[in-house]
Design a protein around this ligand. Sequence first.
Ligand code: SF4
Length: 455
Amino acid sequence: MRRVRLAHPADLEGFRHALRALVAEGTPPAEVLWETGPQEALPLAEAPGLADAPPLAVPRRFAELAEAVVCHSDPARFALLHEAALRLRADRRLLEDRADPLADRLLALEKAVGRDIHKMRAFVRFRELADPEGPHFVAWFEPEHHILRANCGFFIRRFANHRWTILTPEASAHWDGARLHILPGATKADAPGEDPLEALWTGYYRSIFNPARLKVAAMAGEMPKKYWKNLPEAAAIPGLVAAASARTAEMLEAGQPADLAGLAAAAARCTRCPLHGPASRTVFGEGPADARLMLVGEQPGDQEDLEGRPFVGPAGQLLDLCLAEAGIDRARAYVTNAVKHFRFVATGRRRLHQSPDASHIEACRWWLDQELALVRPALVVMLGASAGRALLGRPVTVGRERGRELGLPGGWRGFLTVHPSFLLRIENPEAAAAERARFVADLRAAQALAQARAA
Ligand code: SF4
């Protein structure tokens, strides 16, 4: 029996080295005992002949699969990969055959790891530690599989400028702002307790919960119960009875964080939906806290994501022109988006806009509600269907409801029109000019309504 010891349970490098040696010497999977050692205490791998082992001639797909599968908690994962590596020499399409039990099992392991990685990105909740050296954010998370290391790159990209630590039972990751350190596992007791932002979030969640819209299966799918114990908002779920409302204002008045700069700083580390992952940064609203007019778009685009400011790309530039034509000074309006992170699909070097879906709009509505509560605008101009959905709390058809005053949940007044990106997509010059004139007329009407309400 050949014993192979890897440095840790997801030691991909050690596994690759060992696998090359085992395949080269023809050792069958049944004769290998895979072991994983304590964190960082053991050499990468102890299989003999590693230095001389030639690279494996396996399809690229196998390398991708192995990268995920080594993170699975199934003790048989290394043996299964070993078996697949041997069989791929004769059947290079093995992994495409879901009817093959080995391929099917490996693909299922890969999928489970991918799901766990996604859940960790969505459900890690950082809490700020009082630390004389500066802000330090600590989170406790219990992944199902050995995904901590695989996820570190994501959290480094997302929180590169913060010091953070993620504690898990198997290992912990600490980013000191420049270097990543993998440390031993921890217990939940090592993580800090509640922070004020968490209390705010829990209170808000309680205030907006609408039992009439509760879909238990969908909610459990997006937020599986096993993660509830580490989510501050989940503690409120059993007792949630109140319909969505403008309770945020009361919470803010009750001593919670209450200025736009503080809110923007808090949003900068938001991970409440998966959109924070691929995006570069949170793009928060901007404008005076006493603006009478609030303009709400859909989400930041490519340029907004890079600059960190709303409406600075092509649609934003067109909006500025139309606002000027309508006699509205953008500097006196508060400009924001329904969703604060850029959703896109990457195609080569380009990032193509993808509209947020209802779950992103719902998740991000917390920030929008807080902006409303702080700015207290006389009128909210909803630019496009996503903004309408966020503020009206239901799907909207812009063509049917644009151009008139609408009551919003929470007592706010709204006005729906098109998003300026709609104008940019019209190819016929005459139609584009006509739509632009109609948009300017909408903005003018909205301005008049806001002035009348503020008077
Ligand atoms: S889109 Fe909104 S809810 Fe989602 S992570 Fe960004 S700020 Fe948070």
